[in-house]
Design a protein around this ligand. Structure first.
Ligand SMILES: Cc1ncc(COP(=O)(O)O)c(C=O)c1O
Length: 408
């Protein structure tokens, strides 16, 4: 029995044993992981999307070392948090306020608190099948959970309720049923249900209906922020939210998240009605990581990055189509593989298209060939700026080989 339950701090991140051997990382550098047996892998989990510049990105590491040497936890105000807040607000002109937290879940928690205090209403609506963090009230409707099916009456649990993705009639129905919705929280794509993409006018209309009914709009970009360009991703899908939550990529793997918002939305933060109180919020170590990450990303060629992702998608699809139907959904730097003719666009379609055994076997065959992916049908491929052309070519070859080893 391990002192650490399940042998890991978050069960979602545990990989299956391969040929009786456990998978533990000894080193993470650039686009590569080295395990405790010395084997090297091309990584497509990339810290669940957190390390968009690659693992141990030198400018971020240097900035963090400087911050550590200077005292990582003075406990009082310091210039670093202001510089990092300005770096984030520069990414979204309408969102002029930013505040730091430690995890994405905490950022969503604060965004919901801001919406509740701003509107005086209790209920937040999230998308069924979405993941907006693991805090008690938000932990409903995850993909695979019974409530995500929305088969009976719409559930309201701990002041959270659910909406069907890509279903505008359901948005109208929700606001017809209730007049106590403080906010609707949506992701630019339903990433944790297999990268489901919104219909062209879905978010624009959802937002119109929410606002007409006095509710705020929160874009949860903990996963999607900085993925489509050096900025927030919501505008490219027609969303103009009051609040945006960020996490993962903004800190290159350091534990930091943020809420960005309009000055109107942040009024309740400024006057203390929506309090924040975290010992580690905005400490110099993490804000140095944020500033170095944004500064570095601003020098990166995003169009080329997304094109490389599209090329990888095509290579993976071509490899898998040799043995059956296959397609991908999502965007160049984060996408999911489906064993179907066309990508699902609703949660129900996604659930029906799942092939858990095949996904699990593919994960193991790829690992045998030096490629690590997030296992499971709901998983995603995360590309980083550190993946080289050689990495992509080796990955395509590994998928080719792995496909040949599978029979379906
Ligand atoms: C969209 C989204 N929101 C919130 C979270 C929670 O973030 P964290 O794991 O940092 O608490 C995640 C994590 O995967 C996420 O993908």
């Amino acid at each position: 029995m391990s002192a650490l339950p399940g042998g890991i701090s978050s069960l979602i991140r545990r990989l299956p044993d391969l040929d009786g051997k456990p998978f533990k990382v000894a080193n993470a550098s650039g686009a590569h992981l080295t395990d405790t047996f010395g084997s090297i892998y091309i990584d497509y989990a990339m810290a669940m999307g957190a390390t968009i510049l690659g693992h141990a990105s030198p400018p971020v590491v240097e900035a963090c070392i400087r911050a550590l040497r200077n005292g990582s936890m003075p406990g009082f105000s310091h210039d670093g948090e202001m510089l990092a807040a300005e770096a984030l607000t520069s990414l979204a002109p309408a969102l002029t306020r930013a505040t730091f937290l430690t995890t994405g879940s905490e950022a969503v928690h604060l965004a919901c608190r801001i919406a509740r205090r701003s509107t005086g209403r209790p209920v937040i609506a999230k998308i069924a099948g979405g993941f907006d963090g693991w805090y008690d009230d938000l932990a409903i409707g995850w993909s695979g959970s019974p409530e995500a099916d929305l088969s009976g009456r719409r559930p309201v649990i701990r002041d959270m309720t659910l909406l069907r993705f890509n279903d505008l009639a359901d948005v109208e129905a929700l606001f017809g049923e209730r007049n106590d919705i403080a906010a609707v929280i949506v992701e630019p794509m339903l990433a944790n249900a297999g990268s489901l993409q919104p219909d062209p006018d879905y978010f624009k209309e959802l937002q119109r209906i929410a606002r007409k009914n006095g509710a705020m709009v929160i874009a949860d970009e903990v996963l999607m922020g900085l993925r489509l360009g050096c900025g927030v991703s919501c505008y490219s899908v027609g969303l103009e939210p009051d609040l945006v939550t960020l996490g993962k990529a903004i800190g290159s793997g350091l534990p930091v998240a943020a809420v960005l918002g309009t000055s109107e939305a942040f009024a309740v933060v400024e006057d203390g009605r929506a309090p924040r109180a975290g010992t580690y919020h905005g400490n110099p170590l993490v804000t140095a990581a944020v500033k170095a990450t944004i500064d570095t990303l601003q020098t990166m060629d995003y169009p080329a990055f997304l094109t490389r992702g599209a090329t990888l998608r095509r290579a993976i699809e071509a490899a898998m189509r040799k043995i059956g139907p296959a397609c991908t959904s999502g965007y160049g730097s984060v996408f999911s593989l489906w064993f179907s003719e066309r990508p699902p666009t609703t949660y129900d379609e996604a659930k029906a298209a799942l092939r858990p055994d095949l996904s699990a076997r593919l994960h193991l065959e790829l690992r045998r060939r030096g490629v690590v992916t997030i296992p499971g049908g709901w998983g995603r491929v995360f590309l980083s700026f550190a993946h080289s052309d050689e990495d992509l070519a080796a990955t395509a070859a590994a998928f080719d080989d792995a496909a040949a080893a599978l029979h379906f």
